[in-house]
Design a protein around this ligand. Sequence first.
Ligand SMILES: Cc1cc2nc3c(=O)[nH]c(=O)nc-3n(C[C@H](O)[C@H](O)[C@H](O)COP(=O)(O)OP(=O)(O)OC[C@H]3O[C@@H](n4cnc5c(N)ncnc54)[C@H](O)[C@@H]3O)c2cc1C
Ligand code: SF4
Length: 504
Amino acid sequence: MTERDYDIVIVGSGAGGGAVAHELSPLIADGVRIAVLEAGPRLREEEYTGREVEMAERLYYDAGGMFTKDRAMTLAMGRAYGGSTVVYTGTSLKIPRRNLEHWGVPGLEFEDLDRRADKYLTANNVHLLEPDRINDNNRLFREACEKLGWNVEQFPVNVADCLGAGLCNLGCPNGAKQGTHRVQLPAAERAGVEVVTDCRVERIGDRELDVVVTPPGAGDRSAWEPGAYRVRARIVVVCAGAVHSPALLLRSGFGSRLPELGCWTTLHPALILVASHGQPITNYHGHPKSYYCDEFAESEGFLLETCMYFPFTTAKNLNGFGEQHSELLSRMDRLQMILVLALDPATRDNRVTVDRSGSAVVDYRISSSVIRSFVKAIRASARVFFAAGAERVHAPAASRFLLEARDLERIDELVVEEQFQLGQISVTSAHPMGGCRMGSGPQDSVTDCRGRVHGVPWLFVADSSLFPDSAGINPYVTVMALADRVAEGIRAGARDLLAVPEGR
Ligand SMILES: Cc1cc2nc3c(=O)[nH]c(=O)nc-3n(C[C@H](O)[C@H](O)[C@H](O)COP(=O)(O)OP(=O)(O)OC[C@H]3O[C@@H](n4cnc5c(N)ncnc54)[C@H](O)[C@@H]3O)c2cc1C
Ligand code: SF4
């Protein structure tokens, strides 16, 4: 086994890991050695082909379809230099005060997090797209919400010179989306941080990590030769995401001292809804996600967002098979889409565990309150689609594959909870959160409000697993703001933390 020595090792290079790498990089000037170990590949520009199945296999865990334990839901998580920021859509919202205060983490102040979030809005070029860049799929949603009198807001997005290719979730082929792979990681590397890709951390022991570098697949060759490594580090920062961070710590044995490890997972379970218009609309061209409607966030627990997915993803999200399914898909250029996000509260029983081989298992039950939110969201979406002029709406949880405008009056009778059959309706998640929640002590959490693991002074967490409950909004800006706090705490204590003698 090859051995390596660093002062600080960061596991994962996504929203959290990228932010931490950049924030800690000034320490390099003081001789501090920092490495980021990332399980995914570092793709070359020409490898962003925009081909759906190929890119899903290159950039996602389980090609974007990791099942929850009961197989009622799939999870999409990025696996790459830049983590999920390579495949996210780039909608950039700051967590509202009421959501943060609901978390109730002692020492975590809204003003502090909000200021850090602003820093990333600037660094990652977040802005509103100009009106002439909004395509029909988005415009129709906004106009319909306005017609219905529902609050609708434009998403700020983090793009630079966006060509409107609509391929954000397959990795932007135009280098426009400003994830950590474009901003924080290259800056950290310029400062001297080493980023090792195709490098999976298997276990964390006492200030050392067991690591495997896999043979090259897609992307640049890893900086290290394939094989097994033991990496010593004085400080370890775990940023492997809300599924893989708790799984890594569980298989490393930290669960015995941290009873809450893996627990309190929330997912923002999502539905993709589709309607067809009588004529072609611009949907595939243009940024896919420009508006959201939060009219029902507090009262009914759901958000409606615009979206546009690719043929395979769209097909898998329609109920059933056969003629109607195929006919609807053949009208791809007439489809309007809405993404429903259910704002699921964290419960202790929804959790990440590991199987015998140490792999992550997401043991999550879609609750009856989430199903109620979904049913109300499907009815609301049908109203939006018809108000936008759609001819037919595919409404899962309806007794028919397609609803027509004349069905609108009876929408509450036609879309009912009894028809919402788990396992028959495609439910997905791209926002896993929790599992290493912040709090006051091991009795209620895994880390303190600066991401330090209770009772393990050299071990930190800095990613979406820190969330003690749902963010209630698209989460990546909050992940970066939290990671920024963790990095600041590490920098402030670096002298003591790094004072462990060589070869201890
Ligand atoms: C398709 C999609 C669209 C999204 N759109 C948006 C959006 O528009 N707006 C928004 O706010 N949020 C969005 N999100 C969510 C957002 O991307 C995540 O909340 C955020 O990236 C989470 O950051 P993270 O650091 O926790 O994890 P990630 O960014 O997922 O990074 C974790 C990294 O750790 C690596 N890793 C895991 N295990 C190991 C290991 N054992 N060893 C080494 N490396 C490991 C992974 O390969 C991965 O690269 C989207 C997500 C997806 C998947
Ligand atoms: S719309 Fe196209 S160019 Fe713009 S960020 Fe998304 S993939 Fe890149």
